[in-house]
Design a protein around this ligand. Structure first.
Ligand code: ADP
Ligand code: GLC
Length: 475
């Protein structure tokens, strides 16, 4: 089976969040099942080095105001199709945002171009390779099914929602420039409160919709989570399913992780202590009786870390420590930087993005805090499970599906893997921090939770099969 993925990020080349991890891992998980996956990505500067090593497989002439071509290259075990369009993608800095921190003003053109080329490849534009199915990820690829439907193509399409908060909404005046007929500005197509949404256009024109956990699939049909698209999700409920994300077990393996001074596994869990020491030193933390909590996250409203700002006194009252790595909203960055300045030795904050440090943190921390208001899947709790770093999570989306709360019944039954809390507010989080500290004070229970987490099947195996059978059902 030949499958085309269209996406805007792919680890390890270009990443702003979990989407990249997923796009970098699924093709490798599908290959042993007999699938030939190619990933169409924009040739951002981080990918330009691959261009030289690749071969031009499609000359596009002029595309959205400049010359463009598609280059095929294989790197890190992934077959890439790179949309080389320097006028759209060869820019320094963030792939979505300009130097002023706002969306690039031509994002409508950049990701329409990506989707248009995805649709062309689906329709057989490449010599010798055409997909049986196209899987378009998030709004940046949302127009792939729209272009295909507008062209009367029958190639089956799947849209995967990684986060419905990002919908790709632009003014209706772009329809002409992106080459969709005016009747796409209709309520049963891409029209969205007067504007035009790339995600909605995709959701209304694809064959099937997936999202990244079963709970989020249900949540999406409710107004509190659907962000204006819950009606669309309800209308398409028969075609909607949730397939939980996995993680790349090679990239995230505490036994072989080069970022860890002391690699370990479930049997040599004691060695995690040496990583803890290294992490404390890196964040300038002093020993305390309570657990060492960590956060590795975008600092946004979604992630609920404003609740943690409020819960800091509760954490300190327990003689716990906090090591935070994150970046995002300026006020939250400042709040954590100033908490670290006020409580040296007890709170450490690194503001920014650091992949290697994120591995050391998973290897060294006792518990990872994830108080998200919504979380389609979440990956850091899965990394936490694999690293014996107990996840303390809000009961929502994929967090609810992947962590089993350590309540007395679950402890007795020997199934607990972490701590879940609801309601998702500052008191709920404080209560979860308290419960975690109490568990931490019972070393045998704590170690049992850690070891059980480390044995959870968090790889891609089961979910890759679920994707494959979905694709097969469409052919
Ligand atoms: P989201 O995609 O919503 O940000 P996920 O949990 O799915 O959330 O994925 C986040 C990914 O980004 C994880 O791989 C996590 O380790 C990584 N990450 C988030 N913030 C940082 C950071 N500041 N430095 C390094 N890695 C980070
Ligand atoms: C999004 C979601 C996150 C999910 C990731 C990968 O960024 O916010 O929950 O894990 O996509 O699917």
């Amino acid at each position: 089976m030949q499958i085309l993925f269209v996406a805007s990020e792919c680890a390890p080349f270009v990443k702003t969040g979990g989407l990249a991890d997923v796009i970098g891992a699924v093709p490798k998980a599908l290959a042993p099942l007999g699938a030939d996956v190619r990933v169409l990505l924009p040739a951002y500067p981080a990918l330009s080095a691959q261009l030289g090593a690749g071969e031009t497989v499609l000359d596009l002439g002029e595309l959205m105001g400049g010359p463009a071509r598609v280059v095929a290259a294989r790197a890190q075990g992934i077959d890439l199709l790179l949309l080389d369009a320097p006028h759209l993608f060869e820019r320094a800095g963030n792939i979505y945002l300009g130097p002023d921190g706002r969306d690039w003003p031509d994002n409508w053109a950049r990701f329409a171009a990506l989707s248009k080329v995805g649709a062309m490849i689906a329709q057989g534009a490449l010599d010798g390779w055409a997909p049986d199915v196209v899987n378009a990820h998030d709004w940046q690829a949302g127009l792939v099914p729209a272009y295909l439907a507008a062209a009367g193509s029958r190639v089956p399409t799947v849209v995967t929602i990684h986060n419905i908060a990002f919908q790709g909404v632009f003014g209706a005046d772009i329809l002409g420039p992106i080459g969709l007929p005016p009747d796409w500005h209709q309520i049963d197509r891409g029209e969205y409160y007067g504007g035009f949404s790339y995600l909605k256009a995709g959701l209304m024109s694809c064959d099937r919709i997936t999202t990244v956990s079963p709970t989020y699939a249900r949540e999406l049909m409710r107004p509190e989570y659907g962000m204006g698209l819950d009606g669309v999700m309800r209308a398409r409920r028969a075609d909607l399913s949730g397939i939980v994300n996995g993680i790349d077990l090679d990239a995230w393996n505490p036994e072989t992780d080069p970022a860890l001074p002391a690699p370990y596994d479930a049997r040599s869990l004691r060695r995690k202590g040496a990583n803890r020491d290294a992490l404390m030193a890196r964040f300038g933390l002093e020993p305390g009786a309570g657990p060492l909590f960590c956060v590795i996250s975008r600092l946004t409203e979604q992630k609920g870390l404003d609740l943690l700002v409020e819960a800091i006194p509760a954490l300190l009252a327990r003689d716990a420590r906090l090591a935070l790595l994150g970046g995002g909203e300026r006020w939250m960055e400042e709040a954590f930087a100033s908490a670290a300045a006020r409580h040296p030795g007890r709170i450490g904050a690194v503001i920014g993005y650091d992949e290697t440090l994120s591995h050391l943190i998973q290897g060294g921390a006792d518990a990872i805090l994830i108080p998200s208001r919504f979380e389609p899947c979440g990956l850091t709790q899965l990394y936490g499970l694999r690293y014996g770093t107990v996840p303390v999570v809000a009961r929502t989306g994929g967090l609810a599906d992947t962590v089993i709360d350590a309540n007395p019944a679950a402890l007795d039954a020997g199934v607990a893997t972490g701590v879940q809390f609801t309601p998702v507010d500052a008191l709920g989080l404080q209560d979860a921090i308290d419960r975690t500290c109490e568990l931490f004070d019972r070393p045998r229970d704590w170690a049992a939770i850690q070891r059980r987490g480390m044995k959870q099947p968090v790889g891609w195996h089961a979910s890759a099969e679920a994707y494959l059978s979905l694709f097969q059902s469409l052919i």
